[in-house]
Design a protein around this ligand. Structure first.
Ligand SMILES: [Zn+2]
Length: 213
C-alpha cells in the first residue's frame, strides 16, 4: 500500500536526482550511483594557516550540487542530509557523548541572508541538534556585506573578510569547533578562527561539509 501511494505521489510530483537528474522515488535526494560516489568523511586533516581542518567530502559533484541546491534553490530539506554528514564527521573525531567542544557557525552575511532568505549554516546545526546533543554557540556576527570575493584582488579580499565578521560580547567556550559548509580559500574561516583564538579560546578545530580541491 505504501509503495502504491509513493508511486501515485511520484506521478504528480516527479522527483529527480539533484546531481544527475535521474528519476527518483519521492523524498530521495540522490540516485544510488551518485550516493555511492560520496564516501565521507575524508580520513585526513589539512592545514589552514596555523589551524587544522577536516571535511566530510570534496566540493565537487554530487556534493557541490547538493550544497548549491540547498543554498540557492530553496531545497531546505537538504539541511537534514548535511546534518547527517556533519554528524558522521564529528563522530569520527569527537563523539557527542562527553565532548566539551562547542560548535560555532560562520554566520550568514546580510547580503547572503537577503538573497537566500535563510541562515544556511544555522539550519544545518539546528538539524544536527535533533540527531545528537552538541552545544552550539552563536559567537560570531556578520557586520557588513562584502563584495563578491571573486571580483577582488588578494589584498582587497583579505580586507573584505576582516570587515565582514566580528565577535559577539560574552564569555566564549574554551574548546571550539568552527563550522562552515564549504572551505574554498580558507580566508574567511581562518580569519574567524584567529578572532576566536585572540579572544582566549584554548582549543579550536575547523570542520566543513566540503572542501574545494
Ligand atoms: Zn544521480
Amino acid at each position: 500500500m505504501a509503495v502504491k501511494i509513493l508511486e501515485i505521489v511520484g506521478t504528480f510530483f516527479p522527483n529527480n536526482c539533484i546531481s544527475c537528474g535521474k528519476k527518483l522515488s519521492p523524498r530521495r535526494f540522490l540516485c544510488d550511483f551518485c550516493e555511492d560516489v560520496i564516501r565521507g568523511p575524508l580520513p585526513f586533516s589539512f592545514s589552514l594557516g596555523k589551524f587544522t581542518a577536516r571535511s566530510y567530502w570534496w566540493y565537487e559533484p554530487p556534493v557541490s550540487e547538493i550544497i548549491k541546491a540547498y543554498k540557492f534553490n530553496k531545497r531546505w530539506r537538504l539541511s537534514r542530509l548535511m546534518a547527517q554528514w556533519l554528524f558522521t564527521l564529528l563522530d569520527s573525531c569527537l563523539p557527542a557523548a562527553g565532548t566539551d567542544f562547542s560548535i560555532i557557525p560562520i554566520p550568514t552575511t546580510f547580503r547572503a541572508l537577503r538573497e537566500r532568505g535563510f541562515d544556511s549554516n544555522g539550519l544545518i546545526l539546528h538539524q544536527l541538534r535533533k540527531i545528537a546533543n552538541y552545544e552550539v554557540t552563536d559567537a560570531l556576527i556578520a557586520i557588513k556585506s562584502g563584495l563578491p570575493q571573486s571580483s577582488l584582488t588578494k589584498e582587497e579580499r583579505k580586507r573584505a573578510v576582516e570587515e565582514k565578521f566580528a565577535l559577539k560580547t560574552g564569555r566564549l567556550p574554551d574548546k571550539i569547533i568552527l563550522f562552515d559548509d564549504v572551505i574554498t580559500t580558507g580566508s574567511t574561516i581562518t580569519y574567524c578562527a584567529k578572532l576566536l583564538k585572540d579572544a582566549g579560546v584554548k582549543e579550536l578545530k575547523i570542520l566543513s561539509i566540503a572542501r574545494a580541491k
